[in-house]
Design a protein around this ligand. Sequence first.
Ligand code: SF4
Length: 359
Amino acid sequence: MERGEAKSKKAGGPPRLCCICNERRPVLKRPKTLQQICRECFYEVFEEEIHQAIVNNGLFKSGERVAIGASGGKDSTVLAYVLSELNRRYSYGLDLFLLSIDEGITGYRDDSLETVKRNELQYGLPLQILSYKDLYGWTMDDIVKMIGLKNNCTFCGVFRRQALDRGAALLKVDKLVTGHNADDIAETVLLNILRGDIARLSRCTSITTGEDGPIPRKYCETLTLSSHTYAYFKKLDYFSTECIYSPNAYRGFAREFIKDLERLRPRAILDIIKSGEDFRIATTTKMPEQGTCERCGYISSQKWCKACVLLDGLNRGLPKMGIGRARGGGVNGGDHKKETKAGSTVKTLESKQCGSLDF
Ligand code: SF4
C-alpha cells in the first residue's frame, strides 16, 4: 500500500487522488511544490522540468558531444538515464558519453564502476574510464596509506576535478554534465560560507560553471530535487554504498547540521540552495585571476595548479606540503606572489566529496 493511500483509508474518506491527473493514487509529495502526485505524473513532471531547464538555459546545441560524469551513484545514473531519454524524445542531436574516474579505492570504486559498465550497456552510451593511477601514478589506496584519513578527500576532490576535465578533453567533448543532489549542494553553499570562499560561493549553484576553463560544466537543478525518488521508482541500476574513506569531519558536520535543519523545516535544504543562488557578490570583491598551471597547463589561479602542488608533495614524501595553505600562498614560490598581486581569496583545497563528482 502506498503512503497516500494509507492516509486516506485511515481518515475513512474517499481515496485521495493525484493533484495533476486526478485519476491515480498519489505516492509522494514533491518538496518543491508540496503537490501530492502519482508515480506516472511524477516521471512526467521530473523529466519535463529537466527538459525545460535544458531548453531555457540553452544548455546544448545540436551536434554537440557531451560527456556525463558517471560515478555509478544515483544522481549520475539518473542524469545518464534521463538525458539519453530526452535526447531521443526531443531529438537534441547530442552524442552522449559516460565518463568515469577510477580513484583506486578497493572495495568501493571498483564495485561502483561495475555499475557504470552495466549502465553503458543498458543506455547504449560509450564509456571512458580514467584512473588516478594512470593520470597521477597514485591510487587513493596508496594516498591513504601515506597520509591517513584526515585529508584524503582533499587529494581526491582536487584530482577528480582535473581528471574529469582531462577525460572530457580525451573524448573531445564540447560539454561535461554532472548530477548532484540537493543535500550536496546545500552543504557546499554552507561550507563555502563557513570558509569565506567567495569564488566558489558565487558559482556553486550555477547551472553552468567552468566557462573560463577547458570544458564548460552543466548541472540541472531539477535533478537535485528528487533524483533519489526517481531512481528508486524507476528501479535504476545504481550503486549506493558510501566510500570507505568517507567524508571528513568538517563536511560531515555540515551534513548533520543541514539534516537537523531539514527535520525542523523540510524546505531548509531548498532554501539554502536558493540563498546560494541569490547571493550578490559585491563588485569590489576581488576574485582569483585565472591562468594556467606552469607545470601541467591546467587552469589555475596560482603558478601551479592544486593537483600539481599536491602531487609534488606526495612524490617528495611530503604530502602535507600542499594542505591547509591555500590562503597563505602555496609552495614553490609562485602561489604567494600571484595571490598577493590579486589580493584575493583563493580556492580552498577541500573539494566536494564524495562518491559523486566535483564541481
Ligand atoms: Fe574520494 Fe569521496 Fe572517498 Fe573522499 S569520500 S576519498 S572524495 S571518493
